[in-house]
Design a protein. Structure first.
Length: 708
């Protein structure tokens, strides 16, 4: 196969004839920024004028040479791996296709339109803001009010239309590779690798879907120079299999399946897929509390620890593999073993999954549906079916893939009757998430677990928020303004979201503000705080824990300490109850632009206090304290005077595969770090278990002065 990349320098024009050149992959914003025609949309209130630019149409054009070799091909495909979003594609002024789904890979056969010498490719994009306005007038479907009205109509990352942490910057452009693929005699359309594990042995089978002529030759390579040939569609036993494990449970061994398509002496096409030998199950077993929910990898139940992932940048061309890699390495540094890709953004690129394979991060992969109703008609059904096939085929071989999940929060919102959907919306919900998507998955990836929604108890609106079954999004701390100790009222089975906001640090704030903006209630700071009433919440929770921060910088800093404390409260509690609870995934890992948010790493990659705290509360062996006092219970001074009761129980959680024996040394000290009381206990903590020390009574101590 001949591949001619069409990335590189293109020309962009708007509907008024303004023209600039720039680089593809790229977008309207990246072209304008690069040409100095636009100010950074993240700076101060620039978002507003940047959004207005999206009411126009834009076209991207480039010329390229077609040589004899390409023209002699049996077929030539124009392959577009990322079109954002509504566009018509012209080759030499003849329309070759239309696209309307950001999440799809498009291919059109264009062989007959190519001419020897110079050819012109033009892609004309239509305004997404106009499109959703018009579609919404014709058929209103509800959705979160943090995003622009009508957003569910367009298969484009929802959060580009705004979210409670994201700006409204629905860019347009070509965000992944674009190329011509000339097929000489044959090509490989798809490769599906399946594995079976039985009694310590692993069997692999590889199915290649071909077009044209050729015979597939399959080679498997792996750790320590391992090599073997495989026959297509035949189960082959892999000698001495080196398993893949999530971070903290073993090595991340990886193998490569190389499928070469050969005709006589010619290599027609080659596809490489890196895999890990492992089983991943999600166990749901009835027990005395309800029903468990836990990842089990190679037979070992995993306590999932990590955060929710949103797109790394609103201007997609600012993302790159090195930045993604750094972010995921930071996850591993903080002892993550899991990451949830949230459904309101985009399916990450291949580099994301490659890094998760290598770093041992088990991926909970939402499909791209969140907080909305959808206009389900035949065209929509076809579009989402194709989108699912494209992404499942691209992602399913990765060792890191833990599960597919239908959507974010829709079952739970639908059940509560949010967003004026009515019975039709409920029917559409059931059709999409309990028929269409699972049906595609049964065909394309029957080996990976499917979960209809997050949160869910298994589907069909059967109490998706049940604390005793399935996963839970717990937001009573923060959105519900409950004190941190409220985390301890529930054990839950798997917490896939819970979070607490903070401001980014002063360096990050300085990057998008001028000195006069540096007050959290300024217009600029409020533009960079998208959750209504959040500043008030931060102030309220601060008052429970700290004195009033006298300066802006101290306020930013204190907000981060507060956030770290909040999330630590939850995670430590759930880890103390390992077994009953088997996952703590906090909201959210990083930011799409510089903003006040629930992230532990800010837009510039700077760790907030929470990320440092995560490294401790996700440590394989972790000591924590379940203290009970006026402070932990959020008790107000304004109440009937009563005797002070302060107790503490220390607990060690051990997520390693070995028993850990050690000495716990505790001490109570005053504000000047003078020891007032101390003690020591030798403790043995079973593998993947916990051990508690007896309850200690500190009712005589002044909890405002002393600390344990
Ligand atoms: C969750 C998410 C997001 C949101 C976050 C913070 O419910 O699924 O939609 O950004 O809460 O409110």
């Amino acid at each position: 196969m001949i591949i001619r990349k069409l990335n590189g320098i293109w020309e962009m024009k708007d509907s008024d004839g303004m023209s600039v050149s720039g680089t593809i992959p790229g977008s309207v914003y990246s072209f304008l920024l690069n040409a100095g025609e636009m100010e950074d949309p993240y700076y101060r209130t620039n978002e507003l004028s940047a959004l207005r630019r999206m009411d126009r149409d834009y076209s991207f054009t480039r010329t390229f040479e077609a040589d004899g070799e390409l023209l002699s091909c049996a077929a030539v495909y124009l392959r577009c791996e990322g079109l954002d979003t509504l566009c018509t594609v012209y080759l030499n002024d003849i329309p070759v296709g239309e696209a309307d789904n950001f999440h799809r890979t498009y291919e059109w056969e264009v062989g007959s339109l190519l001419q020897e010498g110079e050819n012109t490719l033009r892609i004309c994009f239509r305004s997404p803001t106009r499109a959703i306005r018009e579609a919404d007038r014709a058929w209103h479907v509800g959705g979160t009010e943090d995003a622009m009205r009508g957003f569910p109509h367009l298969r484009k990352p929802h959060c580009m239309f705004g979210w409670d942490w994201g700006p409204r910057l629905p860019d347009m452009g070509i965000f992944r590779d674009i190329s011509l693929q000339g097929v000489q005699q044959g090509r490989i359309r798809d490769v599906h690798i399946r594995q079976k594990h039985r009694d310590g042995s692993v069997w692999l089978s590889v199915h290649a879907e071909m077009e044209g002529k050729g015979t597939p030759v399959i080679r498997l390579t792996g750790p320590q120079g391992f090599r073997m040939e495989l026959q297509p569609d035949t189960e082959t036993r892999i000698p001495d299999p080196q398993l893949w494990w999530p971070n903290g449970y073993g090595a991340q061994n990886l193998y490569t399946v190389e499928v070469a398509l050969r005709t006589e002496n010619t290599l027609e096409d080659m596809v490489c897929r890196r895999i890990g030998l492992r089983t991943v199950e999600v166990c749901r077993e009835k027990d005395e509390i309800g029903e468990s929910f836990a990842f089990r990898v190679n037979g070992v139940a995993i306590f999932a620890m990590g955060a929710d992932y949103i797109p790394e940048d609103n201007v997609l061309s600012r993302m790159n593999p090195a930045r993604t890699r750094k972010l995921l390495e930071d996850c591993r540094l903080a002892n993550f073993n899991c990451i949830r890709v949230w459904g309101g953004g985009m399916y990450p690129g291949d580099d994301f999954f490659d890094a998760c394979d290598e770093l041992g991060l088990l991926v909970w992969q939402d499909m791209m549906f969140a907080c909305a109703h959808y206009p389900l008609d035949d065209a929509f059904e076809e579009s989402i079916t194709r989108e699912a096939v494209d992404n499942i085929r691209r992602i399913r071989h990765h060792a890191c893939l833990g599960l597919w999940c239908g959507n974010n929060e829709m079952e739970s919102f639908e059940r509560r009757g949010d967003w004026e959907g009515g019975p039709a919306a409920r029917a559409a919900y059931i059709r999409i998430f309990e028929h269409i998507l699972p049906h595609v998955l049964r065909r394309e990836d029957p080996d990976t677990f499917y979960w209809p929604s997050s949160p869910s108890s298994g589907g069909s609106f059967d109490d998706p928020d049940d604390p005793y079954r399935g996963d839970v999004h717990y937001w009573d701390v923060w959105h519900g303004e409950k004190p941190f100790a409220d985390y301890r009222r529930h054990v839950f089975r798997f917490v896939s979201e819970f979070g607490f906001q903070s401001f980014p640090g002063i360096k990050t704030v300085s990057a998008f503000t001028e000195p006069e903006d540096r007050n959290i209630f300024s217009e600029v700071m409020e533009m960079h705080q998208r959750n209504r009433s959040a500043n008030g919440k931060i102030m309220r929770y601060l008052s429970d824990t700290y004195l009033y921060p006298q300066h802006f910088e101290v306020l930013l800093y204190a907000s981060q300490m507060l956030q770290a404390t909040a999330i630590r409260y939850g995670v430590e509690h759930w880890r103390r109850h390992r077994g009953e609870c088997m996952g703590a995934i906090y909201w959210q890992l990083s930011d799409i632009w510089p903003v006040a948010s629930w992230s532990s790493i800010d837009y510039y990659g700077r760790w907030k206090a929470l990320h440092y705290a995560a490294r401790r509360f996700f440590a394989p062996v972790m000591i924590s304290c379940e203290e009970v006092s006026d402070a932990s219970e959020g008790k107000s001074i304004v109440r009937e005077p009563e005797a002070n009761v302060s107790t503490a129980r220390l607990c060690v959680a051990n997520e390693t595969g070995e028993t850990v024996t050690g000495t716990v040394h505790w001490w109570l000290s005053d504000a000047a770090s003078r020891t007032l009381q101390e003690g020591e206990s030798v403790l043995s903590v079973p593998a993947r278990g916990t051990a508690w020390l007896p309850k200690m009574d500190f009712s005589d101590t002044d909890i405002r002065q002393n600390h344990l």
